[in-house]
Design a protein around this ligand. Structure first.
Ligand SMILES: C[S@@+](CC[C@H](N)C(=O)[O-])C[C@H]1O[C@@H](n2cnc3c(N)ncnc32)[C@H](O)[C@@H]1O
Ligand code: SF4
Length: 374
């Protein structure tokens, strides 16, 4: 059975204008204590028998690559792992060099995810990023030199001020670096960010839906032409290089959560840790649970969620025959296809995935599937 460990590293060198993740730019002095707390939390969970050998480990952030190799590897070493685990570290192109990446690689990290967002200077400036295109090239070359075969690049499309040609050249420049995986996200305006406040105040424009839809289609064409196939709405990979850890989330598999603001799913419960690094460090030091909340999904919600998540993926969803009329109508419109009895979104369907999911659920798509029909 797959089992994942997500480790949240809530530190960044500077805050990007659009980002609403749990991360802080003024707490680098906490890093050593935070690493100690993660290790202690892992040791306790292992003693309590809560950890089985992990098939995937994901250091997410924030900016995990702000951790020195000894700091990051102390945490990794405390995680029981299976024989060939996928171990990913999210990196900011500004905060990596070959020596650090070599040490990560030697310590068992085998996949990197770089936050690139754009290759165009004015788009990077509009997003409040601190790196430039040359940094991205240097980071990818350092990753290759350090022996990393699996490299993901995160991109963002639809930033106001980004033209279609800007997006094309971002894709071309990113693909020239031969990533094995690309995540391309539509810029989302989060209210509690500098971008969100500027859009609310009318001093900056909001992303345009049609522009983002056009850019999604351009991305899908270019990525596919480069040998990267979509396997989730926002994710493309070389065959076999899908992110095993992200697949855990979409397949409703089990994973534990280490660090502040991290979410876990174990024993049929979904739970999350206290939000700030200070509180997480305090809880671990005083032997208290790190959890700040939890929920148990009943059967109905679990099925609903499985349809929502599965519809995001290339594998698609098994849906109830009760939704047959709506499935046929949406298929007739070219928005859905059926593969091996499962409903899969077409590219046009992927552009309106949320609306389709709502319609399918309202039609009873997540009702128990009758045995033998799907
Ligand atoms: C938590 S960040 C980690 C990567 C690393 N901190 C960096 O930014 O270089 C993960 C990714 O989420 C995406 N992201 C964050 N906020 C977003 C937003 N408001 N809209 C779209 N994508 C976003 C970015 O592509 C980012 O690389
Ligand atoms: S996008 Fe990445 S680097 Fe920027 S603030 Fe968010 S986590 Fe930090």
């Amino acid at each position: 059975m797959p089992f994942g460990v997500y480790v949240h590293i809530p530190f960044c060198a500077s805050r990007c204008d659009y980002c609403d993740f749990a991360t802080w730019t003024d707490r680098a002095h906490l890093i050593d204590c935070y690493v100690d707390a993660c290790v202690q939390d892992l040791d306790r969970r292992a003693t309590r028998g809560e950890l089985v050998p992990a098939t995937s480990v994901f250091f997410g952030g924030g900016t995990p690559s702000l951790l020195s190799a000894p700091q990051l590897l102390r945490i990794l070493d405390a995680i029981p792992r299976g024989s060939t685990p996928e171990v990913t570290v999210e990196c900011n192109p500004d905060s990596v060099d070959e020596a650090k990446l070599e040490a990560y690689r030697a310590g068992g990290v085998n996949r990197l995810s770089l936050g690139v967002q754009s290759m165009r200077p004015h788009v990077l400036a509009a997003l409040g990023r601190t790196h430039d295109r040359a940094n991205v090239g240097r980071a990818v070359h350092a990753a290759r030199a350090a022996g990393f075969e699996r490299v993901n690049l995160d991109l963002i499309y639809g930033t106001p001020g980004e033209s279609v040609d800007d997006w094309r050249s971002t894709l071309d420049d990113a693909l020239a670096l031969e990533p094995t995986h690309v995540s391309a996200y539509a810029l989302t305006v989060e209210p509690a960010t500098p971008l969100g406040r500027a859009v609310a105040a009318g001093t900056r424009g909001a992303p345009d839906d049609d522009d983002q839809a056009d850019k999604y289609a351009i991305a899908d064409d270019r990525l596919r032409a480069a040998g990267l196939e979509w396997y989730e709405l926002s994710n493309w990979s070389r065959p076999g290089d899908e992110c095993a850890h992200n697949l855990l989330y979409w397949n409703q598999d089990e994973y534990t959560a280490i660090g502040c603001a991290a979410h876990g799913h174990t024993g049929g419960r979904r739970w999350w840790n206290v939000r700030t690094p200070e509180r997480y460090i305090d809880r671990v030091a005083s032997g208290q649970p790190t959890e700040s909340g939890a929920e148990v999904l009943d059967y109905e919600r679990k099925r609903e969620e499985s349809v929502v998540l599965a519809l995001r993926t290339r594998a698609g969803a098994a849906v109830s025959e009760r939704a047959r009329a709506v499935v046929d109508e949406l298929s007739g419109l070219g928005l859905l296809g059926e593969v091996d009895g499962r409903i899969v979104l077409t590219r046009r369907g992927r552009l309106v995935a949320n609306e389709l999911t709502v319609r399918l659920l309202a039609a009873g798509a997540s009702d128990p599937v009758a045995v033998g029909t799907r």
